[in-house]
Ligand binder design. Structure first.
Ligand code: SF4
Length: 291
């Protein structure tokens, strides 16, 4: 099993394969499941992602706490109106919000890499499917690419907001999505890792500060902005821009920054947005309501 971007790039070069193809082969070689069984699992994952990223577009989905919900539908309804971002970006953000809302309602999502950051990758894959006319097999390969990136961060650093701040959750999800998007657009493994580096660099230091400790706000917004981060990171790499810092080093830097964050900014609801007077009032209201 390979856990470093440098090793993956070396093997991709030798085997003339993409990150997605190499990861599929690598996972199958571990012997636990055949490549066909792995693909079948990936298709199940995709189906869950398709459902979670579309449910909130059809109807308002509210969190179990009652504090948030309905944003995905609102944005989806607005997507064709005059806007600065345009229909593609607004639709993708609405899809990311949808999965976040399904998560907060205790619905079925795929933690990619975590529940809090679960909106970004589905929104990336479903938007790319539409825009690039991709089929299920293409998306499965994209999932393997994303999985390879997520695994590097999980093993070399952290994907937990409590451990490394939101950069570790939404940053990793955006990096996974950016790398997948590059390969889905026909970009090289090198370009995919440049995109993943950009995505993490863009939000390095982002704190984890959910109001009342509920994975709702600002989590859902960070999923919506995370998908935009993934798109721009992929486009930067596809345009030929390169990160002077290799992905493995970016991951290590993110981990070190995470360790430097005070406890108040690591999912304790003691700092950041969670510590504002308005957040405290919401906490009082919704914690009392849910007692
Ligand atoms: S703010 Fe914290 S809980 Fe919310 S998505 Fe980010 S890391 Fe997860």
């Amino acid at each position: 099993m390979i856990y470093k971007a440098a090793d993956i790039l070396k093997e991709c070069e030798e085997k003339k394969s993409s990150i997605g193809q190499l990861t599929r082969e690598d996972e199958a070689s571990s012997g636990a499941l055949t490549a066909q069984q792995l693909d079948a699992n990936m298709k199940e994952v995709l189906a869950i992602m398709a459902d979670s990223s579309s449910l909130g577009l059809k109807k308002e989905v509210f969190s179990l706490s009652g504090m948030t919900g309905g944003s995905a539908k609102k944005l989806w309804n607005h997507r064709k109106e005059a806007s600065l971002s345009g229909e593609f970006i607004l639709s993708a953000m609405a899809r990311a919000l949808s999965t976040s809302e399904v998560n907060a309602s205790m619905g079925r999502i795929v933690a990619a890499p975590t529940a809090g950051a679960s909106g970004i990758l589905p929104a990336a894959l479903m938007s790319a499917k539409e825009k690039l006319s991709l089929n299920e097999d293409d998306l499965v390969l994209g999932l393997y690419t994303a999985g390879a990136v997520g695994k590097i961060v999980a093993i070399s650093a952290t994907i937990s907001g409590a451990d490394g701040g939101c950069q570790a959750e939404c940053g990793t999800a955006a990096a996974m999505a950016a790398a997948a998007l590059v390969e889905l657009m026909g970009g090289s493994p090198q370009a995919a890792f440049h995109a993943a580096s950009f995505a993490l660099i863009h939000i390095m230091g982002l704190v984890c500060d959910p109001i009342a400790g509920f994975v709702e706000f600002p989590c859902s917004l960070r999923n919506a902005s995370g998908i935009v981060n993934a798109f721009i990171s992929a486009d930067l790499a596809m345009a030929g821009l390169t990160s002077p810092i290799p992905f493995d080093e970016v991951v290590e830097a993110m981990y070190q920054v995470g360790r430097m964050l005070p406890e108040a900014l690591r999912e304790t609801a003691l700092g950041g947005i969670a510590a504002t007077p308005s957040a405290r009032a919401l906490e009082e209201k919704y914690l009392t309501k849910n007692k």
